[in-house]
Write a protein that binds this ligand. Structure first.
Ligand SMILES: *[C@@H]1O[C@H](CO)[C@@H](O)[C@H](O)[C@H]1NC(C)=O
Ligand SMILES: *[C@@H]1O[C@H](CO)[C@@H](O)[C@H](O)[C@H]1NC(C)=O
Ligand SMILES: *[C@@H]1O[C@H](CO)[C@@H](O)[C@H](O)[C@H]1NC(C)=O
Length: 275
């Protein structure tokens, strides 16, 4: 009888040790992992008045095991019939209030993402390393987050971007030429700290980028509220003003030249204001 009992004990020990190891491994892993639970649906997204609605087969996602990790390790959810992960072109994430950045690893599951809609998170920066996973991205809809700045070259790996929404964030600075590699048709930046304006035609986007280069640069702090208002007015109404700025922009390359350019823009603005 004893041996049998002893075998039982030792089996229980092995079981207990295995369970312990399993639990430790799981706790360890989940601090570095995140699961994405998808409701797969066809969603319409309103991009802008000229563009209207766009339709994408979408993962409406909810994150679980969400701590402060940023890496998606598993994706769950039932596809609409006849579809699989390769057909997914859109991602929606809402109210993930613990999320402090765009999660990574989407491309391991969904290689063909065209649109990312993420609102009500604590994301504070747009980084090149986060956008690298979306080489086919057309629309980046990130209104109502806590974005303060955009990394230099953030958009260098997303050449197909046509629309960016950044309304109601906390943008304080934007690096010079951050939007320059893109051909945007829509750029919405209402209700931010250094900028409060939107554009939904190519021409207006170019105008808005010039204004943002000025207001969201280190020179932005020197511009008082009156001047700020005049800059918006002028940039909206004066084609000549816009072309002068564009000429200036095209001539710069070094940091000194850039600062010089911004000072010239400011002088030009003041000249217009005094007229
Ligand atoms: C998660 O938070 C802990 C403490 O709050 C920190 O030590 C750790 O570096 C964070 N991990 C990540 C991936 O941010
Ligand atoms: C998804 O479906 C397509 C056909 O519709 C197929 O070619 C492809 O291999 C499938 N991909 C996966 C990941 O199953
Ligand atoms: C942006 O402008 C609108 C009016 O044009 C104003 O109501 C709003 O308070 C402004 N937002 C900020 C953050 O200044």
């Amino acid at each position: 009888m004893r041996p049998t009992f002893s075998i039982v004990i030792s089996k229980m020990n092995i079981f207990a040790v295995t369970l312990l190891l399993f639990t430790v491994a799981n706790v360890f892993q989940s601090s570095e992992s995140m699961e994405l639970n998808c409701k797969f649906q066809i969603y319409g997204y309103f991009i802008s008045i000229p563009i209207g609605w766009k339709i994408f087969y979408t993962c409406y996602g909810e994150l679980s095991n969400e701590r402060n990790s940023t890496i998606i390790t598993e994706v769950h959810g039932d596809h609409l019939s006849g579809r699989n992960n390769s057909d997914v072109t859109g991602i929606i994430l809402e109210k993930e209030t613990l999320l402090t950045s765009i999660p990574l690893n989407f491309d391991k599951f969904f290689p063909n993402i065209n649109i990312l809609y993420m609102v009500d998170t604590k994301t504070s920066t747009i980084r090149a390393s986060q956008l690298l996973q979306f080489p086919n991205l057309m629309y980046l809809l990130l209104s109502y987050n806590e974005i303060e700045t955009i990394e230099v070259n953030a958009f260098s790996s997303t050449p197909s971007l046509q629309g960016i929404h950044l309304n109601s964030n906390k943008i304080k600075s934007i690096p010079y030429n951050a939007f320059r590699p893109l051909h945007l048709e829509v750029l919405q930046m209402n209700n931010n700290i250094c900028i409060n304006d939107s554009a939904d035609t190519v021409q207006n986007v170019n105008r808005l980028i010039v204004v943002a280069d000025l207001l969201c640069s280190p020179l932005g702090d020197m511009i008082d509220e009156d001047l700020r208002v005049r800059i918006y007015e002028l940039s909206n109404s004066q084609v000549a003003f816009e072309y002068s700025l564009k000429d200036l922009r095209d001539q710069v390359s070094t940091m000194e030249e850039r600062m010089q350019e911004l000072e010239n823009i400011l002088k030009l603005v003041k000249t217009h204001v005094n007229k």
